[in-house]
Ligand binder design. Structure first.
Ligand SMILES: *Cc1c(COP(=O)(O)O)cnc(C)c1O
Length: 447
């Protein structure tokens, strides 16, 4: 086997040597069509051979700029030094025992780090899982046992995963729910604070509207938990108006409802704080994390008040692979990278660069209705100029142009009209600026 080395030593450049995708990628794509289920889509079918810093290298030797981080996962960079070092050492030692059979200290170390890093200074405990959806499911299980109640409240535009319960909690029908029902019961949806589309309701007003729906249609004393993304991810990088999250959290406290912050996309330094709720000083009862936690290895967690976590009977939580030792080692490496390089500060710097570039773009192109986000989690929403009518066609055209020029951009939003920018925090300023040169070119070329 030839050794392929990615990580930070990969040359940091955008360099296209073939069309995108090139012949080598197209050949694998043909095999994908034969052997991989069609339901598994790809945004940009270049087949990756190495990645690191701010670039992805493909099978044809093209070097692309990464503004997606594999959907907010490789926050510390692909094949980041400490992630690789610790995961390799763990691979050499042992690969699995099952923590529920014969445990190992890496799992405990991750839970200890989560207790330190997540908001609030109360006693905290965690349970580890494999995916974000699994963490969300378990947060609901824990909240139900703790409260003895059934109802789960989620919001418009929410995304919480693709398993049966989390499909019920996710808002968008196509592609996430279409034909996959019947869905889990006792899931209720409240209106979100979405300043661009709710007439600019204040945070307090939007919270009052949501609370009224919950009280009138569900009943405060029936609700086990309210689950909310502090900045919504797939739904469109929707940043609720200031005051919305604190008001909803306060209502939960007053009604004995478990307030769950789904930080799976926004957490772990992405927004310029360790967690997105830190921005307004909100302390959730439970926090779900995944994506950025382990630098690319599958790991997820539910962390919260020891008292709430411990409501569950012995043996009630777990799973064969949950908190796999290699994934735990990677998480410890990822957290080490975040701490030693102060990646929350780096996210704020990257955010400032993106804000400048996107504000300029918005001044030049009136199809951009709004620039929003925080830190290295920024978005633009495209609407027919002068309206708040989504422009998904222009969004798709701009995305296609960026992809053809070697910049990996992701779209999102209920109406498919939002660009979300999620660069790895290991990207250099020059490469980031170059990526936004291409984005600007894309708006000019599709005007
Ligand atoms: C991605 C995501 C999930 C689901 O995570 P998976 O690991 O894909 O199961 C849940 N919540 C949020 C906010 C997410 O962004």
């Amino acid at each position: 086997m030839t050794e392929i080395v990615g990580g930070p030593s990969l040359p940091q450049q955008r360099n296209l040597v073939t069309e995108i995708p090139g012949p080598a990628s197209r050949a694998v794509l043909e095999r994908k069509k034969t052997y991989v289920a069609d339901g598994v889509g790809t945004t940009l079918p270049v087949f990756v051979t190495a990645a690191g810093g701010g670039v992805l290298l493909d099978a044809d030797g093209n070097s692309l700029i990464d503004l997606g981080s594999g959907i907010a996962v490789t926050t510390v960079g692909n094949a980041a030094e400490k992630v690789v070092e610790r995961a390799k050492a763990q691979l050499d030692a042992f690969t699995h025992t099952c923590f529920m059979v014969t445990p190992y200290d890496g799992y405990v170390d991750v839970c200890e780090a989560l207790a330190e890093l997540t908001p609030g200074d109360h006693p905290k405990k965690s349970a580890l899982f494999n995916s974000g959806a699994e963490a969300v499911e378990n947060a609901v299980k824990i909240a139900r046992v703790h409260t003895g109640r059934d109802a789960v409240v989620v919001f418009d535009h929410a995304y919480h995963g693709r398993t049966n319960l989390t499909m019920a909690m996710t808002a968008k029908q196509m592609p996430y729910k279409h034909g996959f029902g019947p869905f889990a019961g006792e899931v209720y949806r409240a209106p979100m604070s979405y300043p661009l589309h709710d007439g600019g309701l204040s945070g307090a007003e939007a919270a009052a509207r949501a609370i009224d729906v919950i009280e009138k249609q569900v009943g405060g004393d029936q609700v086990a938990c309210v689950v909310i993304e502090p900045i919504q991810g797939e739904g469109g990088f929707i940043v609720p108006a200031d005051g919305f999250l604190p008001a909803v959290a306060e209502w939960c406290r007053a009604n004995g409802v478990v307030f769950v912050a789904d930080e799976i996309q926004a957490g772990f330094c992405r927004t310029g704080d360790w967690f997105a709720v830190d921005h307004e000083g909100v302390v959730p009862d439970l926090v779900t994390t995944a994506k950025g936690i382990a630098g690319g290895l599958p790991l997820a967690a539910v962390t919260g008040h020891a008292e709430i976590m411990d409501a569950v009977h012995g043996g009630g939580l777990g799973g064969t692979y949950g908190g796999n030792p290699v994934a735990c080692a990677a998480a410890l490496g990822s957290i080490e990278e975040m701490r030693t390089h102060d990646l929350a500060a780096r996210a704020r710097e990257i955010g400032a660069i993106m804000q400048t570039r996107l504000d300029k773009l918005r001044a030049d192109y009136d199809v951009i209705a709004e620039v929003r986000g925080r830190g290295a989690m920024m978005a633009i929403e495209l609407c027919v100029p002068g309206t708040t009518q989504p422009d998904a066609a222009r969004t798709a055209a701009v995305a296609a142009y960026c992809h053809s020029r070697g910049v990996v951009v992701l779209t999102c939003g209920t109406w498919g009209n939002v660009f979300r920018f999620l660069p790895p925090l290991s990207i250099g300023d020059d490469l980031l600026e170059e990526a936004f040169d291409v984005v600007a070119e894309a708006f000019a070329a599709t005007a």
